[in-house]
Design a binder for this molecule. Structure first.
Ligand SMILES: *[C@@H]1O[C@H](CO)[C@@H](O)[C@H](O)[C@H]1NC(C)=O
Length: 719
């Protein structure tokens, strides 16, 4: 039945139907991709029992196929003795090659019903399985069949790998509320064992439970290394078909190219095991960091011998790490000179093998025009070709900056002086029980708060794209948001007061200067987004309210409470570096800002909003925060986000500044007589101190085509 051996994609349904008719006869069990295609067809025909059965079989078939491939690679590698007596030279080399190929073919035939080629699914289907797509169908089928436990576990399994899937997020919430659903049903059917152990280990470690941390981290390490070998074995497998090349390369070139490809694939496996299902970014230094955590945990439980062993093992990766060398000395002193300390053998061979592979790959990079993105940060510099060292160094520095160590998050930054008189630091990071956070007061005067509240109210009444709507976070509040540009546009249409709109622009710039000088005195901050936001409690819907006005989150990464980490990846705004909130009022109930630990539940600090109060903090995982429910009244604030990256600075900001200049040039012309300007009262700030970077408004002017340049206005543009 040759049609069954072909590759099937789900794309052309007609073809699919045809193929299915041909294939589902007698003979060996169908390949997983055919089962999948048939299962999906049954799903769309709403034949739930059949869909559930076929999809489950396809999932099992896929697992069996992968197991088979892995085990055959392993078995044929183990058969190392075979070529011992073979002749030397080229014939010996290729003789062994042919034998190994034969071994693999034989093994796969045995394991895969005599026809390994039947199991070559299309890339689309394989991607579906990697992304756990079958579980998406399965959960619906099980739900229809009223098999709730299986529906929930399928949904959970899919959601773990697809945390951004909105429909599934809703479904999960429904399941959580549904009567008769048990907590145990929320299990991951494809759980990756080393990740389960790793997260438990890090969790215990953070909770100072060192005996449990040691057990789980050791488990994570050994299962992780096993997963690494499995991943590497699959690298030798089938090759993705590439575009037909016009000229076939020669024998040695072709073998070399394929070999380098396999080496690169194997090297990448370290990222594979360091990436949690459903994530795109990996934990840096996944294997070495185990030994950092373990040495500390072993020391805590009083086992200095193993602590020393782990430290020695860490030093295999970073031989000149001073912190570890220091620890090594201490452990040696405790253990006495006669107790030799050796690194773990399994890691020593891991490092040796990895270095050998890197050497070969870098050779190919230098001499065969290959490229290589080294996934490991510990590669010694001598190994890297001269031409690539500079880039490698830069990448490392950048990564170090972005990935603070678990225990080094507390590090404080140098503070610059505040550029404004009257502004006071009310609470610093240690008073706020965290790092990189601050509360400042008197950033706005009472009358400025009133003007900005009037702006929010007038904009709300103006219609025009700014109607209060239900809060995206809770049905118990209305939510209104106004950007700087929108405010100025409304002012131009006379829907709001021009001076109030301009005050919004000025207040945000003043906040930017304060945050910049407090957190990054050596660098400039650019605007990322500015939003005047009011949350209003809905009348009479507040009884027994349990939800938050804004759930706990971090601003530039996806908070992962179970993993005790924060993933700096989309859809989070990864280029936002600092966040601030400038409050306008306090005549409402609830609505306090609060910070938590990475677990999103342990409260560390609370801040009560009030007029002129600015809360500023770094946007990363060190500052998870949320807002308590607003249960009565209306809470207004200016939310501000800043970035260190000029490329990501907000374009709207430049437009807004341009609009102000144009408008003021027009006003200047029409009111030439009216010399003294009423705006003076709104901008009482002294000029920025000398020697500081120019303001963003001036910098961004360089790339907007500013046509209107009235000299007399420039001093008023300054804050
Ligand atoms: C910091 O923690 C202490 C002790 O738990 C608490 O009393 C204090 O209120 C916290 N600080 C803030 C600003 O919430």
């Amino acid at each position: 039945m040759p049609a069954c051996a072909g590759r099937l994609s789900l794309a052309p349904p007609l073809l699919l139907l045809l193929a299915l008719r041909l294939c589902l006869g007698s003979g060996p069990p169908p390949a997983f991709d055919l089962l999948y295609a048939d299962g999906v067809r049954a799903y769309f025909a709403r034949e739930w029992p059949r869909a559930a059965e076929l999809l489950q079989r396809s999932v099992h078939g896929y697992a069996r196929l992968r197991d088979g491939r892995r085990e055959c690679q392993r078995a044929c590698r183990a058969e190392a003795g075979w070529a011992a007596a073979a002749p030397r030279g080229e014939a010996a080399f290729f003789g062994r090659l042919l034998q190994r190929a034969e071994c693999l073919e034989e093994c796969l035939r045995r394991r895969l019903d005599g026809q390994p080629s039947r199991h070559r699914a299309s890339a689309d289907v394989r991607r579906d399985f990697e992304q756990r797509q079958p579980y998406n169908y399965l959960q619906v089928a099980f739900f229809q069949l009223k098999r709730l436990d299986e529906a929930v576990s399928s949904a959970h399994t899919f959601f773990v790998a697809n945390p951004q899937h909105l429909q599934m997020r809703e479904d999960m919430e429904k399941y959580q509320r549904m009567a008769g659903v048990k907590a145990e049903s929320f299990r991951d059917l494809e759980a990756v064992p080393h990740w389960v152990a790793y997260e438990a280990g890090v969790h215990h470690y953070s909770g100072d439970e060192y005996p449990q941390a040691v057990a789980k981290l050791e488990e994570s390490l050994s299962k992780g290394l096993q997963a690494l070998e499995d991943c590497r074995a699959l690298c030798e497998g089938l090759q993705e078909e590439e575009e037909e090349e016009e000229m076939q390369p020669g024998l040695y070139e072709a073998i070399a190219a394929r070999y380098v490809q396999v080496l690169k694939c194997r090297q990448k496996c370290v990222l594979d095991i360091a990436t949690k299902p459903g994530r795109v970014s990996s934990v840096e230094d996944f294997i070495p960091s185990h030994f950092d955590l373990l040495q500390f945990a072993y020391d805590q439980v009083g086992n200095q011998a193993l602590a020393a062993e782990c430290t020695a093992t860490y030093l295999l990766f970073y031989p000149s790490d001073e912190r570890m060398l220091e620890k090594m000395k201490r452990y040696q002193a405790v253990l006495g000179a006669e107790a030799p300390v050796a690194a773990r053998e399994v890691i020593r061979s891991y490092v040796q093998r990895s270095l050998m592979e890197k050497k070969l790959i870098y050779y190919a990079v230098e001499h065969l025009g290959e490229t290589f993105d080294d996934p490991e940060p510990w590669t010694p510099e001598e190994l890297i070709p001269e031409s690539m060292r500079e880039k490698h160094r830069e990448d490392r520095v950048k990564q170090r900056r972005e990935a603070p160590d678990v225990r080094q998050q507390q590090q404080q930054q140098q503070r610059g002086p505040l550029p404004f008189e009257g502004v006071a630091i009310t609470l610093d990071a240690s008073q706020l029980n965290g790092s990189q956070r601050v509360v400042l007061d008197r950033v706005l005067t009472e009358s400025e708060c009133k003007d900005l509240l009037r702006l929010a109210k007038a904009a709300g009444g103006s219609g025009g794209g700014y109607r209060g709507r239900r809060s995206p976070h809770t049905p118990h509040e209305r939510f209104e948001g106004l950007t700087v540009l929108k405010a100025l546009q409304l002012a131009k249409e006379s829907a709001v007061d021009w001076r109030d709109a301009k005050l919004l622009l000025q207040a945000s710039e003043k906040s930017r200067k304060i945050v910049e000088s407090y957190f990054t005195p050596e660098k400039s901050l650019y605007f990322s987004f500015t939003h005047l936001v009011c949350r209003t409690a809905a009348e009479g819907e507040q009884e027994g309210r349990m939800d938050l006005s804004h759930p706990v989150h971090a601003d530039n990464c996806l908070l992962d409470p179970e993993g005790n980490t924060c993933w700096k990846e989309p859809p989070a705004y990864i280029y936002r570096d600092y966040s601030a909130i400038l409050y306008l009022n306090d005549d409402f109930q609830g609505g306090n800002l609060f910070f938590t630990e990475t677990d999103a539940v342990t409260l560390t600090a609370q801040v009560r909003p009030k007029c002129g109060r600015l809360v500023a903090f770094s946007s990363g995982g060190e500052n998870p925060h949320g807002v308590w429910a607003v249960t009565h009244g209306r809470r207004c604030a200016i939310a501000l986000w800043y970035t260190l990256s000029l490329e990501h600075s907000e374009q709207e900001r430049a437009q807004a500044e341009e609009l102000v200049k144009q408008e003021e040039a027009e006003q200047e012309e029409s009111h030439l007589n009216n010399k003294e300007n009423t705006e003076v009262g709104h901008s009482p700030e002294p000029p920025a101190p000398k020697g500081r970077a120019r303001s963003t408004s001036q910098r961004s002017k360089q790339h907007s085509e500013s046509r209107v340049q009235s000299k007399g206005l420039q001093s008023r543009d300054e804050l």
